[in-house]
Design a protein around this ligand. Structure first.
Ligand code: NAG
Ligand code: NAG
Ligand code: NAG
Ligand code: NAG
Length: 955
């Protein structure tokens, strides 16, 4: 081959033997230098020219360079795919939904519809200010898997004769809820070790794995989630490593029962055409903790994580560059003239697609350094991030988010008020959604199922509204906002012709406490054959209360203050109730932390009007109640759950201690608890981890600074606790659950046998168990399984038979306790449900009742009906904010079973009854005053008394 440039020929093997000649060293060095220069020149030339003229080939299937023509053509077709830019799949204009299977049309009559967008002509600015949004009265017609008509009074005469008619009776109708962060199917419930496929931990960088390969369509939780109105979920790989892999958007319709042809993950894909791809990454604490191994492999620090990210992006960018060069060459010279096949590396394929703008990326990042580093990566490697997940600190740094590559800042996928579980979640704020929205950013609420039960993801949005996010933005945060971020903005999230027929008719405003679907449609098919409908009259949707945006984070301590406008009083010693419409109300005077007057209090008001000393605060719909009690978690013994230094530790089965000896007061958790009206807590030492107990509990005031303060400890030793959940198995001497039950029986019988002896150490396990055996101290067992509860009732009977006196037993947990409601009532055993709404997270909770529309009520309803003394506990500390709302769920969904007072008792007096303990009440300076019913979403705390000699006032 003769080349005019004088450069080495393209194919060095065929050319002069300069490469292989045997030469002396000095010459070799010279030659090497020349060769290097020549090579650089060659490389440049190659870039200019790409290819040389091939000699003629005799086989038409093989090019002159010995390559398959067919495969080169395929490669060329791949170029087109590589360089295509997806668009959001079209909604309007379709004749049918690509997911549609044959079925009958449906007419939903007389619904109150939230369309998902403001009225025509509303400017973007006005929409941002909540203008133009409303609930409208309409009928909705579903055909071919699409919403085809949204009109008032659609006449039956004008629709297909085989149309199914559903009467919504005026109830609220929204698009199906979208959960943009779920592991459903990949981590099925109940959790079982070998059935769980959330994280691929063989490497820190696994962009090449796919969550669809892990989805088990028969995960019962997929149905439970749908029963909360969730029709669509983004199934993400976990956050154990920096690049977790590809994610998939599914709909929750599975198999024949849900109107599908097949039981398969592919059949669940929300977009069968797979326009967009999705990917999950994670930064911060998780990858270094879960994946990094000191001395073996990184990352072990955030620095290492950034390197892992950048290195991976560099690999993918290089593949993309080589591919583009190949495609350009093939296009310029003809594919038959290229010298090799299209470079492809499966390992970097999906990441390359991200760099090409074909993948919607969702990244788990909590903290400022993580957010900042990741935004840097987007700019260094020029890719778009759709949302930060967890994102607890995004509200602190809107400007960092706005620096993201592409000019479209990522949304923040959040929990409403779940936090404190690790350092990264310690500085979270329940007001994050509002603050982000105020900064022009987009909050989205997610479940991280099974972290939260996605069935209730709409409750996250409801709480966001409570914490100041405007009402319509809160509804958007689980409908239109995730739809847009997922690239489904033209198909999902709205009730408009052309959108997918994923529809929910709710029994009450979806942002109200306890809202549940009456029916759910996916692709036009009703999903529940015989849904349980709660007896719950619906009047009208919530009237958004803009005052919720007036956030007062820090209360003022006040010596003297008067509140007017109190309509209801729910105290242990008196219950007063006025019709809110009557115009009448009570006044309350707080003085030195006590209720000095309740009634008309004319003298005090008169005096106040003449003095600047005493503030008078007017309420519209004041509720005065006994303050709440937090029980069931480790509050008061731990601050940041995952940080050992901030935690009292676990006793396990080897130790036995008193919680009072480890009290950790004056913490952020306790301040929050106090500010939300939970001024008292009863906490036992932990057994193994946060939801388990072992030792003696203490009753304490959450507002106390040290346990030496007056009233700080209101009950030194409340009860003796043991745990018989799944963690009970595996300790020294208790390798099995049967041995754990047996060990407890043995201890109790031993104590019963020594009742007439005085234990040497009055604080020993034996001494406390003697009090249990003679009935003077309750035994409280943390247990969920109905089988173990049954065994426990026999233990109780066995001990009582030897002592002849009643053993006071109570249960914490109780997911399956409803199965033994009558037996528990007969044995006088109380239950502290923790959590209130169990779902089948563990094998021992698999029979938890998840409520309407799947089950008629939940555990609390069955227990109350059977006459079991029942209280609401919390299994995680962040729930301290939600005690009123949890009682509200029971009230709203109880079909009149409980009065407002009885519902509030679930989080105040009942636990004292169960434990046989005197309740510190308003008479002891413990109370809470709300604007609005504490059982409703729009309520907020206005004043708290917690035995501190002054009241905390939010004004
Ligand atoms: C719609 O439902 C409401 C509530 O049941 C009822 O009062 C109203 O009459 C219904 N309207 C029509 C048109 O059926
Ligand atoms: C569903 O199954 C029916 C019957 O087997 C078949 O005719 C139809 O083509 C299938 N539809 C889809 C979308 O797979
Ligand atoms: C649910 O159970 C209650 C009794 O607890 C019963 O009165 C009611 O009829 C049941 N509802 C349904 C829909 O089965
Ligand atoms: C139970 O035992 C404890 C400790 O032995 C003792 O102080 C208490 O008085 C006993 N109570 C009853 C009711 O026997």
């Amino acid at each position: 081959m003769d080349d005019k440039t004088g450069l080495p020929p393209y194919d060095a093997v065929k050319g002069p033997s300069w490469k292989r000649a045997k030469v002396r060293k000095s010459r070799a060095v010279r030659l090497l230098a020349v060769a290097c220069i020549a090579f650089i020149a060659f490389a440049q030339w190659k870039q200019l020219k790409h290819a040389s003229t091939p000699p003629a080939s005799t086989n038409p299937d093989i090019t002159a360079h010995g390559l398959s023509v067919e495969r080169l053509q395929q490669d060329l077709a791949t170029c087109a795919k590589l360089q295509s830019k997806p668009e959001d799949p079209a909604g309007p204009g379709r004749d049918r939904n690509a997911r549609y299977l044959d079925g009958r049309p449906t007419l939903i009559r007389n619904a109150t519809v939230w369309v998902g967008e403001p009225a025509d002509g509303t400017s973007a600015d006005d929409a941002r200010k909540e203008k133009g949004f409303s609930w409208i009265s309409a009928d909705v017609y579903l055909e071919y898997g699409l919403i085809t008509r949204v009109e008032s009074a659609i006449a039956l005469a004008g629709v297909s004769a085989d149309t199914l008619v559903y009467d919504a009776n005026g109830r609220p109708l929204t698009a199906g809820i979208i959960d943009m962060h779920s592991h459903a199917g990949a981590a099925p419930l109940p959790e079982l070790d070998y059935n769980e496929d959330t994280n691929e931990l063989s490497s820190d960088i696994t962009p090449y794995v796919r969550s669809i390969d892990a989805i088990k369509p028969d995960d019962p939780q997929l149905q439970v989630i749908k029963s909360g109105g969730v029709t669509t979920s983004l199934i993400l790989p976990g956050s154990g490593n920096n690049m977790g892999g590809e994610a998939y958007v599914i709909k929750h319709a599975v198999g024949k029962l849900n109107g599908r042809n097949e039981t398969s993950a592919a059949d669940m894909l929300a977009d069968p055409d797979r326009n967009w791809r999705f990917m999950k990454m994670a930064c911060g604490e998780n990858p270094k903790r879960v994946y990094g191994k000191t001395g073996e492999h990184g990352p072990t620090s955030r620095m290492g994580e950034s390197w892992e990210f950048r290195h991976a992006f560099e690999q993918a960018a290089s593949v993309v560059r080589r591919q583009d060069d190949w495609c350009d060459t093939a296009a310029a010279l003809g594919v038959e003239n290229v010298k090799g096949y299209l470079p492809q590396e499966l390992r970097w394929e999906s990441l390359g697609a991200l760099l090409r703008g074909q993948v919607h990326l969702n990244t788990h990042c909590y903290t400022i350094p993580d957010l900042e580093a990741f935004i840097d990566h987007t700019n260094e490697f020029k890719f778009i991030l759709r949302a930060f997940h967890h994102a607890h600190q995004t509200y602190l740094v809107p400007e960092i988010l706005k620096r993201a590559y592409g000019g479209d800042p990522p949304a923040s996928a959040l929990f409403a008020d779940t936090m404190w579980y690790k350092s990264e979640a310690y500085s979270a704020s329940e007001y994050a959604g509002k603050y982000l929205y105020d900064n022009g950013l987009t909050p989205i609420y997610v479940s991280d199922n099974p972290v939260l039960n996605a069935q209730h993801v709409v409750f996250e949005a409801a709480k966001a509204y409570k914490y100041g996010l405007p009402y319509h933005a809160a509804l958007a945060s689980v409908t239109t906002a995730p739809a847009e971020r997922l690239g489904f903005g033209k198909r999902l999230g709205k009730i408009k012709p052309g959108f997918d027929a994923d529809v929910v008719v709710w029994d009450s405003d979806p942002l109200s406490v306890g809202a549940a679907p009456a029916q759910v449609w996916i692709d036009g098919t009703a999903q529940f054959e015989d849904p349980v409908e709660l007896n719950k009259p619906f009047a009208e949707p919530i009237v958004p209360d803009e005052r919720l945006a007036d956030i007062v984070e820090t209360p003022t301590m006040m010596d003297q203050v008067i509140f007017t406008g109190v309509k209801k009083v729910f105290l242990a010693k008196e219950v007063l109730s006025l019709d809110p419409a009557s115009g009448k109300s009570y006044n309350i005077v707080f003085s030195k932390g006590e209720i000095a007057c309740l009634g008309s209090c004319e003298a005090e008001l008169k005096a106040a009007s003449k003095s600047d000393e005493v503030s008078v605060i007017d309420l519209e719909n004041g509720y005065l109640a006994e303050s709440f009690t937090a029980v069931g978690s480790a509050i008061g013994l731990t601050e940041i759950d995952a940080e050992e230094d901030t935690d009292n530790g676990d006793d396990g089965s080897g130790a036995f201690s008193r919680a009072q000896d480890g009290l950790l007061l004056d913490t952020k958790k306790l301040h929050t608890s106090y500010n939300y009206g939970a001024t008292k807590a009863i906490t036992a030492p932990k057994f193994r981890g946060g939801k388990t107990h072992h030792g003696v509990s203490v009753g304490f005031a959450t507002g106390a600074s040290t346990q030496l303060e007056k009233g700080a400890v209101f009950a030194a030793d409340v009860a003796v606790h043991y745990t018989l959940d799944l963690s009970a198995k595996g300790g020294e001497g208790t390798p099995s659950l049967s041995s754990a039950v047996g060990a407890l029986r043995r201890k109790l019988l031993e104590a019963a046998a020594t009742l007439d002896e005085t234990a040497k150490d009055p604080y020993s396990e034996l001494a406390f168990l003697q009090k249990v055996a003679n009935g003077s101290l309750p035994l409280v067992v943390t247990v969920h399984s109905a089988d173990i509860i049954a065994a426990l009732l026999k233990v109780k009977a066995a001990v009582e038979e030897t002592t002849g006196s009643a053993l006071r037993l109570a249960i914490i947990g109780g997911a399956e306790s409803w199965l033994l409601a009558d037996e528990l009532a007969a044995a006088d055993v109380g239950v502290v449900l923790a959590p209130l709404l169990s779902y089948a997270t563990g094998w021992d909770q698999r029979r938890a009742l998840t409520g309407a529309p799947l089950t008629n009520g939940t555990a609390v309803d069955r227990l109350v009906d059977a006459g079991v003394a029942t209280a609401i506990g919390i299994d995680e500390d962040w729930l301290v904010r939600d005690l009123g709302l949890l009682a509200g769920i029971v009230f709203r969904n109880g079909g009149g079973r409980l009065s407002e007072k009885a519902a509030l008792d679930l989080v105040s007096s009942n636990v004292y009854k169960i434990l046989g303990l005197k309740q510190p009440t308003a008479d002891d300076g413990h109370f809470v005053l709300f604007e609005g019913s504490p059982l409703e979403i729009g309520s907020r705390v206005k004043a708290v008394g917690g035995g501190k000699g002054a009241v905390s006032v939010f004004r």
